[in-house]
Design a protein around this ligand. Structure first.
Ligand code: UD1
Ligand code: CA
Length: 473
């Protein structure tokens, strides 16, 4: 685009029909707030700035939205919030942004509750605007347009746009018009600002309608251009839980098709949920009912079994995640090495780092622990705050007692150690390389390399013990 674009996102409305305590534009679609989708789209357009108009739940909305990272050579747009109190209509909303809109740019107005508006469509609209004209995005699917503002065109051959008439203000004939206004428009700031000044609220809703700028522009002899889309998903607004769920499915359907086009084999595209970013290598297979959250990377040839929930994780080539596994990397992330086998029913928590060919079996929980290549914990075990060496075999029912009630301590299990079943490793502790821990042992002291440690049935210590207190960190 040869002109700077400043985006205005309208997000001050109440969204009464959501019947929710949360501001409407913060409801999530594909794991992101509705208005965040709009801001992210503005960033992809290389907008210079994004001004979000807030009102209802303003503080929450302002805290809940961020500017995305810049992509490629284009910097992230500058994100600003402007309050609209009280909310006197969409025209009044845009009026609040006027002081922060530079005169040399094109203003692109978007709705905070229309999340799936597409970059290509907006680029077409900006081309129609061409830095000079008022351009609006209309929709015509030939069907019912109840509730929307109708596009009234001239009856002559050029069918130029005359006005937008709100449903509540429209007469019978106008209500039969199937072309409606999407809520998206673009206009040079220098042209838009004076038009906004001329708005009045003499209509059935006593609101300052943004849509009235069209008739004022036409009255001044300006040409109003319209770009028409047939894609209802792109312009669909979210006003109710039903619409939110329907749009979520539409979004997931698109995402699933995109993955399949890349070559990912989905057992059923209707039973996949991506609430973030899923990056897949070649020859990846995903069974039904899997949920991916945050940023998940699947390497070449990875297999994901049915009913897995995977968040913020990198799974390397050839690894297999068996059914019903829960992987949640949160901030620290989880990594699964090449050829590793995880699950069924495994739980990997933040900071779990599995090396090549590691096996984590059923009902095994791993948290903030590193397992080197070939280490195995196949059944019913807990590894927390542990460093586990190569080829270690960790028996069923064994746990690291990493928490003394106040502080966490590390367990180090060196290469080739065998830990039998039902062992309790009381951290801090180090088990020297190649050692063996007899089943049922409770170890409270470190062991030298190659040692056999068996510690069962020691007497209880009742005196002289004090509950530890928390270390200052
Ligand atoms: C608006 C359009 C209508 C169009 C429809 C498309 C006007 C007058 N009408 O109607 O032609 O067909 O969108 O969805 O523009 N908002 C504010 N402050 C306000 C009022 C609204 O920020 O004072 C925000 C809302 O949060 C929402 C957006 O503006 O994000 C649209 O408002 P809404 O009341 O939903 O407009 P509609 O009546 O649907
Ligand atoms: Ca309304």
């Amino acid at each position: 685009m040869s002109f700077p674009v400043d985006v205005v996102v309208m997000a001050a409305g109440k969204g009464t029909r959501m019947k929710s305590l949360r501001p409407k534009v913060l409801h999530r679609l594909g794991g992101r707030a509705l208005a965040q989708h709009v801001i992210d789209c503005a960033a992809r357009l290389s907008a210079r700035s994004v001004v979000v108009i807030t009102g209802h739940g303003a503080e929450q909305v302002e805290a809940g939205l961020t500017t995305p990272l810049g992509s490629g050579e284009s910097a992230a747009p500058k994100l600003r919030f402007v309050r609209q109190e009280p909310q006197l209509g969409t025209g009044h909303a845009v009026q609040q942004a006027v002081p922060v809109l530079a005169d040399d740019g094109v203003v692109l107005i978007l709705n905070g509750d229309v999340p799936l508006i597409g970059q290509a469509t907006l680029e077409t609209l900006l081309q129609a605007c061409d830095g000079q004209h008022l351009a609006l995005l209309s929709v015509d699917t030939g069907g019912d347009a109840t509730g929307y503002g109708r596009i009234v065109r001239a009856v002559d051959a050029d069918r130029s746009v005359h006005a937008i008439v709100e449903h509540k203000d429209a007469n019978e004939a106008q209500r039969r018009i199937t072309e409606w206004y999407s809520g998206v428009m673009a206009a040079p700031a220098a042209l838009l600002k004076p038009l906004l000044k001329g708005l009045t609220n003499d209509n059935s809703q006593r609101e300052y309608y943004l849509t009235d700028v069209v008739k004022h522009a036409v009255a001044q002899g300006l040409v109003v251009r319209a770009v028409t889309t047939r894609d209802e998903v792109e312009v669909a607004g979210v006003n109710s839980p039903v619409q939110l769920a329907e749009l979520e499915r539409a979004y997931q359907r698109r995402l699933a098709h995109g993955l399949m086009e890349q070559g990912v084999r989905l057992a059923d595209p209707a039973r996949l949920d991506v609430r973030g970013e899923l990056l897949c290598g070649q020859d990846v297979e995903i069974d039904v009912n899997c949920v991916f959250e945050g940023r998940v990377k699947l390497g070449d040839g990875v297999r994901i079994g049915a009913n897995c929930v995977i968040a913020n994780a990198a799974i390397d080539a050839g690894a297999v995640i068996h059914p019903f596994t829960h992987i949640d990397g949160e901030k620290l992330g989880v990594s699964v090495g090449r050829g590793a086998l995880v699950g069924p029913f495994a739980r990997l928590r933040p900071g779990a780092q599995l090396g090549e060919d590691v096996h984590i079996g059923n009902f095994v929980e791993v948290k903030n622990s590193t397992l080197a290549a070939g280490a195995k914990a196949n059944h019913l075990a807990y590894l927390g705050d542990a460093t586990v060496g190569e080829r270690v075999n960790y028996g069923a029912g064994s746990i690291t007692a990493n928490y003394d009630g106040a502080n966490k301590h590390r367990t180090v299990i060196e290469a080739d150690v065998h830990v039998g079943s039902n062992c309790v490793l009381v951290a801090p502790i180090t088990l020297g390389a190649g050692g063996t821990v007899g089943g049922g042992s409770t170890l409270t002291k470190s062991t030298p390399p190659g040692a056999l440690a068996v510690a069962r049935g020691k007497q209880m210590v009742l005196e002289g013990w004090q509950r530890p207190t928390k270390k200052k960190s």
